[in-house]
Design a protein around this ligand. Structure first.
Ligand code: NI
Length: 137
């Protein structure tokens, strides 16, 4: 079994809040990410897939195809968008990095199984010091 990771980047806005809470309570729970006037992050997305090396190519899979899937299914929906308002797979969810990683996994996994590889990990880096990894369970 071998693992390979593709990195993509996107910039997006969000706000972490519960509408039933006051701005003060949202600030207490969600910190600066609760700013009522939105804010953005320069996110990095690391998608790791696993499988066996194809003896004909020496590759696990065609990385170009993986990159196209990630960009079409995920980056295109997120880049320069408001995650709370504009991203279909995040509707009705808190726009946390955790929920984003799970949402991205669900968007990607059916397409990656077409590539003779399996999705292993979705890692979303929100800031220099904070990132989330999701392994599908
Ligand atoms: Ni934030």
């Amino acid at each position: 079994m071998i693992y390979i990771t593709r990195r993509e980047r996107f910039n997006a806005a969000h706000r972490l809040f519960r509408p039933e809470y006051s701005d003060e309570k949202n600030l207490e729970i969600f910190g600066k990410c609760s700013n009522p006037n939105w804010h953005g992050h320069n996110y990095e997305l690391f998608v790791t897939v696993k499988g066996e090396i194809d003896p004909a190519t020496g590759f696990l899979l065609n990385l170009k195809k993986l990159s196209v899937i990630i960009r079409e299914k995920v980056i295109h929906k997120l880049d320069h968008k408001n995650i709370n308002l504009e991203v279909d797979f995040m509707q009705g969810k808190l726009a946390s990095t955790e929920n984003l990683a799970v949402g991205i996994w669900k968007e990607l996994s059916p397409h990656i199984s077409n590539l003779s590889a399996q999705l292993h990990c979705v890692k979303v880096v929100e800031s220099e010091n904070n990132f989330v990894e999701y392994f599908g369970e």
